[in-house]
Design a protein around this ligand. Structure first.
Ligand code: NZQ
Ligand code: ZN
Length: 386
């Protein structure tokens, strides 16, 4: 078991009455001039933004707004947000949405107090030294950004998708009302569930095999998501199962399932290049790549895959466990290959470009349980491309 240092400072305010707590929470964390940041329109259509505006107005909290964050959020929008916050003396960011809006908020938060170009943080030229305080009203359980230290941004110039990790960006609070997820399209529900599972699995598949409690938490979390997702796909307004998925989203990526294990995240790195290049949904990209990664690394880690098969998928045998996961992904409408993900086979040149980006020009390996070289990355993309 690996030594660990667990830090999860985000206040979670959960349930169907949670939204009413918003003005008090913003005041508690020092917000006096707020940027309300949101996406492409779902929060307006659901009435959530109107409610937020009214609550802030009634509480005498002044605010400006910036919408238009796209899935796989863009650096150009981040720059727009930084300029707006500087001009308007914003001292608090409220993210109303999912991982894309939260990550855009984190990036704006880093940039406001920084003299240089904000992309420096993703380029490895600088390390964030400050971040504006951020609060979240979560509308999609998926990325887990509401409790994570991670911020994933795509640079429109070259469509480079990169992550930066810093505790500075951990959200002060996350308001989670499962009822807000009733309007999610089935595809986003399923892709979100896949992402939640993958945040857990990319920590479970670790060379540290004796973190008993962490393993048990991870297995229970995975079984819960596997049970709840088909239910909400058939009954979108099932509160109990929506709530289970929403809570799993946060617990899968707040490092709880990493206590005593080690983050692998090779599939995430491989996927980020796919969603950066093809604009696909992150969770779907993970489903498309996982089976190929699993079969590629299976031989050296079969005991771990056998435990996973037995305790999570309820089958005996490492390969049977991998097949069961793929079967589950298919059953909820997720792709299990790159052609299913992007609608065609990608070309050899595109695979070379994916590997080049993922390995930072051939200079970087990925993975932890099994370290992958650029050559390994290429073989996994090729395996997934049939
Ligand atoms: O833009 P709007 O109109 O709001 O629509 C969104 C968007 O199209 C829609 N949506 C959200 N809530 C809804 C809703 N539609 C109807 N009803 C609702 N209640 O769903 C779509 C996807 O939203 P998005 O925020 O992009 O989803 P997600 O939370 O999956 O975030 C994905 C981004 O997070 C990154 C991903 O790479 C991707 O860029 N990740 C961030 C992580 C982190 N910061 O810790 C970790 C993850 O591994 C991931 O990489
Ligand atoms: Zn993810």
């Amino acid at each position: 078991m690996k030594d660990f240092n667990f830090y999860a400072p985000t206040r979670v305010v959960f349930g169907c009455e949670s939204e009413e707590k918003l003005p008090g929470l913003i005041k508690q964390y020092g917000g006096t001039r707020v940027l309300v940041h949101y996406g492409g329109g779902s929060a307006r259509r659901s009435g959530l933004l109107d409610k937020v505006e009214k609550m802030l107005g009634d509480a005498g909290i002044s605010f400006v707004e910036l919408g238009g964050v796209v899935p796989n959020p863009l650096l150009s929008k981040v720059r727009e947000g930084i300029a707006l916050c500087q001009r308007e003396n914003v001292d608090f960011i409220l993210a109303v949405g999912g991982g894309s809006v939260i990550d855009s908020s984190k990036a704006i938060g880093y940039g406001v107090g920084y003299q240089g170009d904000v992309w420096d943080f993703w380029d490895g030229k600088a390390v964030p030294q400050s971040c504006l305080p951020i609060g979240v009203m979560l509308t999609i359980p998926a990325a887990g950004s509401e409790m994570s230290s991670s911020c994933v941004i795509t640079n429109d110039d070259g469509m480079l998708k990169r992550g930066v990790n810093s505790d500075l960006s951990r959200c002060k609070f996350a308001i989670m009302n499962p009822e807000r997820t009733y309007t999610l399209p089935a595809y986003q529900t399923a892709a979100g569930a896949t992402d939640i599972m993958m945040h857990t699995m990319e920590r479970y598949f670790s060379k540290y095999e004796d973190a008993m409690l962490t393993d048990a938490i991870a297995e229970a979390l995975l079984r819960t998501v596997i049970e709840a997702t088909p239910v909400v796909l058939h009954q979108p307004e099932d509160y109990k199962h929506r709530a289970a998925i929403m809570w799993a989203s946060s617990l899968s990526h707040n490092d709880l399932t990493e206590c005593g294990t080690e983050k692998d995240f090779a599939c995430h790195k491989l996927e980020h290049e796919l969603s950066g290049m093809f604009g696909v949904t992150h969770g779907a990209g993970l489903a498309a790549i996982w089976g190929s990664w699993a079969r590629y690394v299976l031989d050296k880690h079969s005991a771990r895959f056998e435990k996973f098969a037995r305790n999570v998928m309820g089958v005996e045998g490492a390969t049977k466990g991998i097949e069961a996961v793929e079967q589950f992904f298919k059953s909820i409408g997720m792709p299990i290959s790159i052609p299913e993900l992007v609608g065609r086979k990608v070309t050899n040149e595109e695979i070379d470009a994916l590997v080049d980006k993922c390995s930072r020009g051939g200079k970087m390996n990925i993975g932890a349980m099994e370290v992958l070289t650029p050559d390994d990355m290429k073989k996994i993309y090729q395996k997934a491309n049939i």
